[in-house]
Design a protein around this ligand. Structure first.
Ligand SMILES: Cc1ncc(COP(=O)(O)O)c(C=O)c1O
Length: 388
């Protein structure tokens, strides 16, 4: 018997990330344009890093507030009030060690072994895998693709709910599909959750990356204060901070102490000097985010135009997030295609198979890069598609 055989099955059977596998395959190839990971090409801006360095140099190297610094929680409330048009209080926020950590805590709080967590698929794989590690069964509900984009059939969602379901995980705008729920859809999901007594874990980390004017619709637009909704969020995407591992939770104030306890027993708080950088991001970073969103919108248009012109691609310009999830005619095996695209076009894409049910045959391209590189990558891809 190997050591691994003696490990808890839920941990032993946690799947490898299909995104990492293709990155490992193509890493370091000269001239490759990497569009496989869920991040932009820019390093964190200086006004954020300088604040973190100042904190570090000032000796902010001790254990710190488990919920997050009061200033940072106040800044989170201000950020939400500014962008979501509904006043928020610091008592609703806790700082976490990434969006992923926020998701883990939300799961720990709501679902356990033998429970079920329903999510919409294709999906960023980490939610389902994290649920699985806890012994909670992840249950995918497939979105449907048409020229109008990806849509949710609310009756299909309803049909997936069983007496064991505890949680609905809703990621809008979605990684990888760009599916972005409108207010009516969010209201319908909320009505369903209320009817069945379910928790919603709302992942709206891409809310500002929205290409149809203003931010994307949010559960905040349709909920009552005491609805069972836990918002998970992150500094990663808005402010080019993926490597920092800082995120936040927005919850009803009555859940503060319970979540503080879960933070204590997981990462025991986020380093204070990192929180200084996060504070600068919130207080001074609106213009930076607006610039990022504008550039991503232009990149989206460019890549859709160039790939669309091949007439061999199934795509719909995503309403939100910064990914194009598309299929190429006659290419059913996305994993082999992603490897071939690395070899022949020198572009790195993630295979749709990495995103679970409904992802077969698709590829995910992250277009959050310099426009000249996006154009170059799209031209290379179009050339490769045309030459097949
Ligand atoms: C939908 C979604 N939620 C959460 C995250 C987690 O973000 P992080 O752990 O970097 O804060 C990601 C990252 O790709 C994501 O795409």
């Amino acid at each position: 018997m190997s050591l691994l055989d003696d490990i808890r099955a839920e941990a032993r059977l946690a799947p490898d990330s299909g995104i990492s596998s293709i990155i490992d395959y193509g890493r370091g190839r000269p001239g490759l344009i990497p569009m496989w990971a869920g991040e932009g090409d820019q390093a964190t801006p200086e006004f954020i890093t300088a604040a973190a360095v100042a904190g570090l140099e000032a000796g902010e190297t001790f254990y710190t507030w488990q919920r997050g610094m009061p200033d940072l929680r106040r800044a989170l409330a201000d950020y939400h009030s500014r962008h979501f048009g509904r006043s928020a209080s610091a008592e609703e926020f806790l700082v976490t060690g990434s969006g992923m950590h926020a998701i883990q805590l939300a799961l720990q709080a709501t679902a356990g072994a033998g429970d079920e967590a329903v999510y919409l698929s294709p999906a960023w794989p980490n939610f389902a895998a994290a649920a699985g590690v806890m012994g909670t069964r992840p249950v995918p509900v497939e979105l449907t693709f048409s020229e109008r984009g990806w849509t949710l059939d609310i009756e299909r969602l309803d049909a997936a709910i069983t007496p064991r379901t505890r949680v609905l995980f809703v990621n809008s705008p979605s990684n990888p599909t760009g599916w972005t729920a409108d207010r009516e859809t969010l209201a319908a999901i909320l009505a369903l959750a209320r009817r069945h007594g379910l928790w919603i874990i709302a992942d709206e980390i891409y809310a500002l990356f929205h290409y149809r004017g203003g931010r994307a619709a949010s559960f905040l637009d349709v909920m009552e204060p005491d609805d069972r909704i836990i918002f998970v969020n992150s500094f990663s995407k808005n402010w080019a901070m993926t490597g920092w591992r800082v995120g936040w939770l927005r919850v009803h104030p009555s859940l503060q102490q319970m979540f503080e306890n879960l933070i204590q027993y997981s990462n025991s708080g986020v380093p204070q000097f990192l929180q200084r950088g996060a504070l600068a991001a919130l207080d001074q970073g609106d213009a930076f985010v607006a610039g990022q969103v504008e550039r991503a919108g232009a990149a989206r248009d460019l890549v859709c135009r160039i790939l669309g012109a091949t007439n061999r691609v199934k795509l719909s310009p995503p309403a939100g997030a910064f990914y194009l999830f598309f299929a190429i005619d006659g290419l059913p095996d996305a994993r082999a295609a992603a490897a071939e695209i690395v070899d022949k076009a020198n572009v790195g894409l993630a295979p749709g198979t990495a995103f679970g049910a409904g992802g077969d045959g698709y590829l995910r391209l992250c277009f959050h890069r310099r426009l000249d590189q996006v154009e170059e990558a799209a031209e290379r891809l179009a050339g490769w598609i045309g030459g097949r």
